[in-house]
Write a new protein. Structure first.
Lengths: 195, 195
DNA sequence: GGCATGTTTGTGAATATTCACTACCTTCAT
DNA sequence: ATGAAGGTAGTGAATATTCACAAACATGCC
């Protein structure tokens, strides 16, 4: 994906609007105003509003994929690994709250099929990486095998999402990383085999 | 809450539009057309579109509260109780999928403060009832005390929501009740004390 | 019984506003 | 002098809401 600098500025601004004011407020007028130029100037960099959204989501997906891949390189015990990966995610959203939209963007999906695909893609990437870790942990006896890896991933992702959702609802009023680490520990308590 | 018959028809129609076509398609035009009368007739029954949404959400909240309260009357073992309550919820959404909107309505919340309050209210009701059951189960030794009741509720609700979300994304293509019961069993496996 | 009055529930047209998008013009650096 | 990046000033379509008005029905009075 080749993405120009001005385009990156625009999709970042779009993400900020989404986070601060919601989907209904993400208009070409508001976006242009935030960028400091006119509406028509937007169309110098993107051919449509849909393309702006899709580019934003694809950028996020590839960025997330990279970060997750990177964290898979270190060979760690699966439980520590899970901590690291989920912790990184919380960290990322803490620093880039405007990308929360990709997690809670059900409204976005109505707009177009391509946008919907992009969002499902992001969910799939995260699922895929978690699955790998869980599988490894089950193989080496760290995690329980009473549930399948898929089932464990579902429970982890569900809790993870709800945590971010509550943070969002609260207006990002608490430390999502810190409370998130507590959540991870709780999940580990439940899924780790007792020795 | 006194709610007239025609109003109930309208909020049901609104819920169906939301589920089938999404928030962006819930317009006065479409709603009136679905009801078989003109747009202006809507305003005979509600003073605004916002009032339609709020009424719909409050109706759902009180309905859900009643069903949950009722299920609390039977004295059951906490694990069976949890099965019953969550199973009932899956059943309800299977029969009334148009009310899924209240669960995944982040987009709705942008519209108005009152709508947002109504949605949070629904989440709170469910949380409250689950909390009661978990607490009881911890007291009588059914559930683990390694986590607090709040923490367990969070994990249960998160998994629950994600399950419904995936059902929604899939276009309600699988049996949400059946797969949901599998999920409940998985959760119970994790949180029940081993004897 | 007949009639006046008021209510309910609808219609169709009109309103102001917002939306994404575009045709056309300007500026300016290479 | 060309092309990228911007501005001006519009477009048509869609939006929620309001308006004056009417058909159907109920109520109570004579």
């Amino acid at each position: 994906m080749e993405i120009k600098e001005r385009q990156l500025e625009i999709i970042t601004a779009a993400g900020e609007i989404l986070t601060e004011h919601g989907l209904a407020q993400l208009t070409t007028k508001r976006l242009a105003s935030k960028m400091g130029f006119s509406e028509s100037a937007l169309y110098r960099h993107f051919s449509s509003k849909e393309e702006i959204l899709v580019t934003m989501l694809q950028y996020l997906a590839s960025d997330m994929d990279n970060r997750l891949k990177q964290s898979l390189q270190h060979v760690e015990a699966p439980d520590l690994h899970l901590k690291t990966v989920l912790g990184n995610q919380f960290d990322f959203f803490k620093r880039n709250p405007h990308f929360l939209v990709a997690i809670f963007s059900e409204g976005l999906m109505e707009d177009s099929e391509i946008v919907k695909e992009s969002i499902l893609q992001i969910m799939h990437i995260k699922k895929f990486h978690l699955h790998k870790i869980i599988k490894k942990g089950q193989a080496d006896g760290t995690f329980t095998k009473e549930l399948t890896a898929d089932e464990l991933v579902h429970i982890i992702m569900g809790s993870f999402r709800l945590h971010l959702l509550q943070w969002w609802f609260s207006g990002q009023s608490f430390d999502v990383k810190q409370k998130g680490e507590k959540l991870i520990n709780n999940l580990l308590t439940l899924i780790k085999l007792k020795k």
